[in-house]
Design a protein around this ligand. Structure first.
Ligand code: TXA
Ligand code: MG
Length: 312
């Protein structure tokens, strides 16, 4: 993708003034602000209508500034080397003298750290003197945004600027791994657990609904398109939109396909945009056919399961 330097400059100027801008990442768009600035972080919470106790992910260009904020460890080094920049977020111990705003961390002793791969946002991060706090650019508990149009649909002109970066290539959020003690997955995401296990050479635990919720992305209800969703449906009801993993021979107007041939990467990339499209087309509910529970299918099923529990 060609990088427009004037756009980067505009985003940079606003961020320098503690304003919020939306940024593209390879997973989903983020709503960004200066992570050192209390006022910028407050604006993010307000715009997203995000509960104050839900801390913000911090995005870095490379290891230099992370070292000032967090204690790094061996598991981190192994995963960083292999997967960064990329769709993985690390929970690390926060250093006492870190400059990250306490509004962003909600005064926690840990920090969520990510190194996004999208070239536009990497260029922006390289130019800035601070890391950026950037939760997904959607209204809290709703479907994430994978294009600048999605961001506009959610926030109108409440956001000062949206940095254009095309459609997110992965289309589903990063995998979150807690590395403070024994590695533990907190959120399924764009990087498969299997791939992470290969690098750490051990099995990593994942508790789908832990009794103590440490990442609200794990809460039972999340990622909702704003209309009811039914899962594993073989026969749809009249007027429902039908979401299918691959193209069928019979093609009806209310059938929506996540991929041509059942490719799970392609399906993940199309998931949020298809849910948004169905809502825009005024369907009142969505029936989802069975999606294979392997590879990225696990992440897709995780999101759909949580979206189906949302009380709309
Ligand atoms: O792919 C992504 O991760 C995207 C892009 C924009 O980077 N960001 C994203 O942010 O999905 P958000 O805020 O929607 O989800 C981040 C999750 C939240 O569920 C939050 O609770 C959790 O990370 N989180 C943040 N700080 C944490 C911490 N210190 N410990 C545990 N979980 C944390
Ligand atoms: Mg989110």
């Amino acid at each position: 993708m060609k990088i427009n330097l004037a756009n980067i400059k505009k985003a940079k100027n606003l961020l320098n003034k503690s304003e919020c801008v939306a940024i593209p990442t390879e997973t989903v768009y983020g709503l960004a602000g200066n992570a050192y600035s209390d006022s910028a972080c407050r604006k993010i919470f307000k715009l997203k209508k995000r509960p104050k106790n839900n801390p913000l992910i911090i995005h870095y260009y490379d290891l230099k500034k992370v070292r000032e904020d967090c204690s790094l460890n061996d598991n981190f080094s192994k995963l960083y080397k292999k997967f960064c920049p990329g769709p993985i977020t690390f929970i690390l111990n926060l250093k006492k003298n870190s400059k990250i705003s306490e509004i962003a961390t909600n005064e926690n002793t840990s920090l969520a750290v990510r190194f996004p791969k999208h070239p536009v946002t990497r260029k922006l991060l390289k130019e800035l003197k601070f890391p950026i706090a950037a939760p997904s650019a959607n209204i809290s508990s709703r479907v994430s945004a994978v294009t600048s149009t999605d961001v506009k649909d959610d926030f109108g002109n409440k956001i000062k600027y949206i940095l254009e970066g095309g459609k997110s290539s992965i289309g589903i959020e990063s995998t979150i791994i807690d590395l403070r003690k024994k590695p533990k997955i907190l959120r399924l995401g764009g990087l498969e657990i299997k791939t992470i296990q290969k690098i750490l050479r051990k099995k990593i635990s994942y508790n789908i609904n832990p009794s103590k919720i440490s990442a609200p992305g794990q809460s039972k209800t999340h990622y909702s398109p704003g209309i009811p969703i039914r899962l594993n449906v073989k026969e749809i009801r009249k007027d429902e939109a039908y979401l299918l993993i691959k193209k069928k021979k019979i093609n009806k107007v209310n059938y929506y396909f996540l991929s041509k041939k059942g490719n799970l990467k392609e399906a993940a990339k199309n998931l949020y945009s298809t849910l948004r499209k169905i809502k825009k087309n005024n369907y009142k509910s969505i029936a989802v056919s069975k999606i294979p529970n392997k590879g990225l299918g696990k992440t897709i099923n995780d999101r759909l399961m949580r979206a189906s529990k949302f009380n709309v």
